[in-house]
Design a protein around this ligand. Structure first.
Ligand SMILES: C[S@@+](CC[C@H](N)C(=O)[O-])C[C@H]1O[C@@H](n2cnc3c(N)ncnc32)[C@H](O)[C@@H]1O
Length: 248
């Protein structure tokens, strides 16, 4: 039976890689790479370094082209489902072409595979089609959210209370979620925190990397500074990944 590892590699720091992940990289014959539009050079470089440090000398890389995706869709759920379906077809072709019997394949997933990542859903979709068979295992990792909390030296929840993880789009469209006072926001292209001046923000960009940026304080006091730092960093690097906790 062919085997596939879905390996979380952490959110940017080379030392985020767990021993379990390093061992799985060392057991992988073929790494599958879908060249994402958002996979910036430094993200690709980190993966290269990990493969070089822990991979087998005989490892192979099978690359596929990530299907294009409408970044500003009117039907968000439908567009994402369609994109995921097209990705699953590209991924299935890669697996059936490059992963031989009894070999082990691997996907190096940014952060932790359980957070806003479609790799496991794509593998399930492939298995459901019943044409390409394999077993797979997920290796957990340090996420951008756990890195954010560590860098600010805060817990995500307050005593006995829940928190919610959501996207910038949802926070902007639907407002503060009901039933929680602590909201973690990812994938925010619109700086949705500015609509919540009464909250306290713990913000971080390029977490774990050499370019890491941190800021915190009442949104009413630090929002302008975060917007300025964010815009400058985006200009400098050409891209940005940021995550924040809003607490009220
Ligand atoms: C597609 S999601 C993937 C999340 C990833 N699986 C994780 O565990 O962090 C991408 C989002 O994660 C967050 N993110 C990932 N890496 C980050 C980093 N190094 N610093 C800040 N935010 C990051 C950003 O909110 C970004 O928009």
């Amino acid at each position: 039976m062919r085997k596939i590892y879905v390996i979380g590699i952490g959110a940017g720091h080379p030392d985020h890689l767990t021993l379990q992940a390093a061992k799985a990289i060392g057991r992988t014959d073929v790494f599958f790479v879908l060249d994402k539009g958002e996979a910036k050079e430094s993200m690709i470089e980190l993966r290269r370094r990990m493969m070089k440090a822990y991979g087998r000398p005989s490892r192979r890389i099978a690359e596929g082209r990530d299907p294009d995706r409408d970044r500003t869709p009117t039907d968000y759920q439908g567009t994402v489902a369609d994109w995921r379906h097209r990705r699953s077809e590209v991924t299935e072709a890669l697996i059936s072409e490059h992963l031989l019997d009894d070999e082990t394949g691997g996907f190096l997933v940014w952060g932790d595979p359980s957070l806003y990542d479609s790799t496991t859903a794509i593998l399930e979709e492939i298995l459901a089609r019943g044409q390409t068979l394999f077993e797979y295992e997920v290796i957990p990792a340090v996420s951008s959210v756990s890195t954010l909390a560590a860098k600010h030296r805060i817990p995500l929840n307050r005593v006995g209370r829940p928190f919610q993880v959501t996207t910038g789009r949802r926070l902007a469209d639907e407002g503060w979620p009901a039933g929680v006072d602590d909201v973690i926001v990812m994938l925010d292209a619109q700086q949705a925190f500015t609509a919540h001046p009464d909250a306290h923000i713990y913000w971080g960009a390029y977490l774990g990397t050499e370019d890491e940026l941190l800021a915190s304080g009442p949104v009413s006091e630090v929002a302008d500074e975060i917007l300025r730092i964010r815009a400058e960093a985006r200009e400098k690097h050409g891209w940005i990944m940021d995550t924040y906790l809003l607490r009220r």
